[in-house]
Design a protein around this ligand. Structure first.
Ligand code: AMP
Ligand code: GLY
Length: 424
């Protein structure tokens, strides 16, 4: 069969790699893709939000299945656009992708269905939000309602910070229309864990856990980023935590969406915080995490095409989802200056040492070819350097060994990805 993947980052590279392992697949296309994805897929120069061009391409090429990596097209209704033309696609429709697309929606859903999350209020006027700040406890968390490239969350230590945060989001529209509404919520403390799951509308099957590192600098300092590295599994995600979440969070979320007439098919990514009062939902995403996918998919035993098709067909209950009993660590090699400003166009070397059959992967995020055909840096997050191992410590040592294989000017990475492993 022919598969089209929509997106251009490290997540789409690992998706393409995993799809390439399926015996059912003859040919992979990626729109728009990147220099690494080009090694296993034919990249087509169509952007993820160009739905008409994408559906025309899929129809013309006879694409059997489209898999969407990114949030923007899902929230914007790419699944509805494909389905309207009779094309098979994996992901939530627009009315279900709102689970990620509106934080106010997701908070109200959790409240209505008793799914544990931080206490909150929603606001659609800056004046009301500012009034609310007079009576709340600090720190407090401000969230732009809509998609904001993972940057629409502000943790404010005191009222002054919160007042300027509300103005940034709602008055100055720093995150654009994402700030037409906002959520103000209780600040929680605890360890964070990401759990991704496959959902067919009724049944949910969770994947192995992972942990991201969102801040740019060592020791969780600096600005928030898309994610600087991940490890899987999380040693803090115990059987007890899993039992609690299966009963109180995962299935209840799927049932709630169905009860609301918003049947969810696709990936639900649960961002959880393990608080002293038990696990609570920080956020929902309607897609694979990036770079969570880079550490979860290399550990997945199943043929991803079979699982994805079961989600579309509503037969996920028949699937026995299995993961290897090993560990995986991804260290993001970024351009110095990310997430603020950085230069592009530096030649990257050292790819030849990576062998996936030995558990070493280099997933491209921001790369391109220059005129001479060299692979060069083309983004803030450049590569997800990933390795497996029998346990977390070995996987981490392997990943950092592989980080040294890669060279490019202005290479920047965190040195403490997986440090939490030592505290487990
Ligand atoms: P989100 O985009 O909602 O995942 O938020 C980004 C990051 O902000 C999370 O990964 C947390 O580190 C932090 N965060 C979000 N909500 C809260 C909260 N209620 N309490 C503490 N930290 C939070
Ligand atoms: N790594 C976090 C995300 O994909 O949203």
């Amino acid at each position: 069969m022919k598969v089209l993947i929509v997106g251009s980052g490290g997540r789409e590279h690992v998706l393409a790699w995993k799809v390439s392992k399926s015996p059912k697949v003859d040919k992979i296309y990626c729109a728009p893709g990147n220099a690494g994805i080009a090694g296993i897929a034919e990249c087509v120069p169509i952007k993820a939000m160009e739905f008409d061009k994408l559906t025309d391409f899929a129809a013309k090429e006879g694409i059997d299945l489209t898999i969407v990596g990114m949030d923007d097209p899902l929230v914007g209704g790419i699944v509805d656009a494909f389905e309207a033309k009779g094309l098979r696609i994996f992901g939530p429709r627009k009315n279900a992708a709102i689970l990620e697309g509106s934080k106010a929606f997701s908070k109200d859903l959790m409240k209505k269905y008793n799914i544990p999350t931080a206490g909150y209020e929603n606001f659609d006027s800056a004046d009301d939000a500012l009034k609310y700040l007079e009576k709340c406890d600090y720190p407090i968390v401000l969230k732009a309602d809509g998609l904001a490239l993972g940057k629409g969350v502000l943790i404010c230590q005191n009222r002054e910070e919160a007042v300027s945060g509300v103005k940034e989001i709602m008055t100055d529209k720093k995150f654009g229309d994402a700030g037409n509404k906002m959520v103000i919520e209780e600040f929680m403390t605890g360890r964070e864990v990401s759990v991704l799951s496959y959902v067919d509308g009724k049944t949910i099957k969770t994947m192995t856990s992972a942990q991201d590192h969102k801040r740019a600098g060592d020791g969780d300092t600096g600005l928030n980023t898309g994610g600087m590295g991940t490890f899987s599994p999380s040693p803090f995600y115990t059987k007890e935590v899993d039992d609690f979440c299966q009963k109180n969070i995962y299935q209840p979320t799927v049932d709630a969406m169905r009860a609301e007439g918003r049947e969810f098919k696709g990936i639900i990514f649960f961002g959880l915080m393990l608080t002293k009062k038990g696990p609570k939902v920080l956020e929902y995403n309607a897609r694979f995490g990036d770079p969570e996918a880079q550490v979860v998919l290399p550990r997945m035993k199943n043929d991803i095409i079979e699982v994805v098709e079961a989600c579309i067909d509503g037969t996920l209950d028949k699937v026995n989802l299995e993961f290897q009993d090993n560990a995986c660590v991804c260290v993001v090699a970024a351009s110095k200056g990310y997430p603020v400003s950085y230069e592009k166009g530096f030649k990257i070397t050292g790819f030849d040492k990576f062998r996936d059959d030995e558990g070493y992967f280099v997933f491209h995020a921001g790369t391109a070819f220059n005129d001479k055909g060299d692979i060069v840096t083309n983004g803030g997050r450049v590569l997800g350097i990933t390795a497996t191992g029998p346990d977390l410590k070995t996987a981490r040592a392997n990943a950092y060994k592989a980080v040294d294989w890669i060279e490019f000017e202005n290479k920047y990475y965190r040195h403490d990805i997986g440090k939490a492993i030592d505290e487990a």
